[in-house]
Design a protein around this ligand. Structure first.
Ligand code: FAD
Length: 406
């Protein structure tokens, strides 16, 4: 094996999984992870779900126990930040001035919350939600009867709203777009989540552009159009920005994510990038994508590990994602963009279980399944195959989705 020293920037979902994937590939060289958070690599999805709700504690967030890294021989430099990539010298410069040589570098720096530069945004009680530290601070303030304003009706903001509403907080969601989760889901699913949150007692306002925050050191209210909403705390969920600066400063191409090829390699053959920070062409959709999902992080990790070990990169799978809000699990596969028609199974206007299938000229390209695990599972291989489907069978509850292929 040619590679001897792999250094990874970041110690999150993708980096943690890379340790396991490289071990599976039989990697025998040295492996070092540099992560600026003080924790073992951990999973973020529970941060806005069970961890926020207090149903699980921190030990359940770690991807693997400390013993796993000892066993695989991976060295973790935690609470340490990478400051620069010195490509000519093939080394990484850390925040204490030390240098770490690499023969292969993997950038797994993830993304960070998009900050809103609005008046009062620095008041005490205004939060973002990305890390264990963010949620720990927020959890300490969660008490029934307090008022929470969530700025941004994307999936993180809505998951947070669901947890808060169940805990008895008075929750308001302010979304600037005309519908909820507009970047991620189609209008039918947006309308369903609007109804769901209202049924659970959340005040949902769409088309609501926040102008600023008011308070006397601590947050007291949110100004939105001509209206002021009382707030004991605010959480801003306004999307994420990929952490590409290190790559850019080292001269690597990055536009909405670090550009990587099918093997997750950047323009420098010694440097890979994986996870939220990347932008990659997806063969199934024939377009470049920057995906922020656990599945994407795991998928790119498998590809990078195989490539680093000199094996062919495994084929890319259909991207998928999930979100948990109240008793509702949303599972999505494929990308609805480019659909020419939709087919419904079940009724999104009543109850809490239905599926929306997105077709392009008769080919199934995406599914949005609300409490419909079977429809989700059966749709995935059809989307991967670009299967033509029968619309009537797809809509018919009695026909398993897999039998709708024509
Ligand atoms: P991360 O896990 O963010 O890891 C990157 C790490 O690199 C971070 O620790 C960062 O601090 C560190 N870092 C950055 N720069 C440096 C540097 N210069 N030096 C050292 N370290 C550095 N996805 C789903 O599929 N389903 C869900 O339900 C879901 N829920 C989510 C809920 C929340 C609250 C959040 C925040 C995300 C959620 N996601 C979900 C998205 C998913 O967690 C991400 O796609 C995934 O974490 C990406 O992994 P990553 O390794 O690329 O980035």
């Amino acid at each position: 094996m040619a590679v001897e020293s792999v250094v990874v920037i970041g110690a999150g979902q993708a980096a943690g999984q890379l340790v396991a994937s490289l071990a599976q590939e039989g990697f025998r060289g040295s492996l070092t992870l540099v992560g600026d958070e003080p924790h073992l690599p951990y999973q973020r999805p529970p941060l806005s779900k069970k961890f926020l709700a207090g149903e699980i504690e921190m030990d359940r967030l770690s991807l693997k126990p400390a013993a796993f890294y000892d066993k695989t021989g991976a060295r973790l430099l935690l609470g340490r930040r990478a400051m620069a990539i010195d490509r000519p010298a093939r080394c990484l410069v850390l925040d204490d001035g030390s240098r770490l040589d690499y023969s292969t570098l993997v950038i797994a720096t993830g993304s960070r919350p998009r900050k809103l530069a609005l008046p009062g945004a620095a008041l005490d009680g205004v939060f973002y939600l990305r890390t264990i530290a963010d949620v720990s601070a927020l959890r300490a303030r969660f008490a029934a009867g307090r008022s929470l304003v969530v700025v941004g009706g994307g999936y993180i903001g809505l998951e947070l709203a669901a947890v808060a509403a169940k805990k008895g907080l008075r929750v308001t969601v302010l979304e600037q777009a005309p519908r909820l989760m507009a970047r991620g889901v189609g209008a039918i699913v947006s309308d369903f989540y609007d109804r769901l949150h209202r049924e659970e007692g959340v005040a949902v306002h769409t088309g609501a552009a926040v102008r600023g925050f008011e308070g006397d050191g601590s947050i007291r209210g949110v100004v939105c159009g001509g209206t002021r909403f009382d707030a004991d705390m605010v959480v801003i969920g306004a999307g994420a920005v990929p952490n590409v600066e290190l790559a850019q400063e080292a001269g690597l191409a990055a536009h909405d994510g670090i550009a990587v090829d099918a093997r997750c390699r950047t323009g420098d053959p010694l440097i890979y990038a994986i996870g939220d920070c990347t932008n990659q062409h997806h063969p199934l959709f024939d377009r470049k994508l920057r995906l922020e999902s656990v599945h994407n992080a795991l998928e790119q990790t498998r590809i990078a590990a195989a490539s680093i070990c000199g094996r062919p990169a495994p084929a890319m799978q259909v991207p998928w994602f999930w979100s948990d809000q109240y008793d509702v699990k949303l599972q999505m596969a494929g990308l609805p963009a480019g659909a020419t028609e939709t087919v419904l199974r079940g009724d999104p206007r009543s109850g809490r279980s239905f599926a929306v299938f997105h077709l392009s000229d008769g080919v199934l390209i995406a599914v949005e399944a609300v409490n419909r695990a079977a429809e989700f599972m059966m749709s995935k291989p059809l989307i991967a195959e670009r299967a033509r489907v029968d619309r009537c069978k797809l809509a018919d509850e009695r026909v398993p989705v897999k039998d709708s292929r024509v």
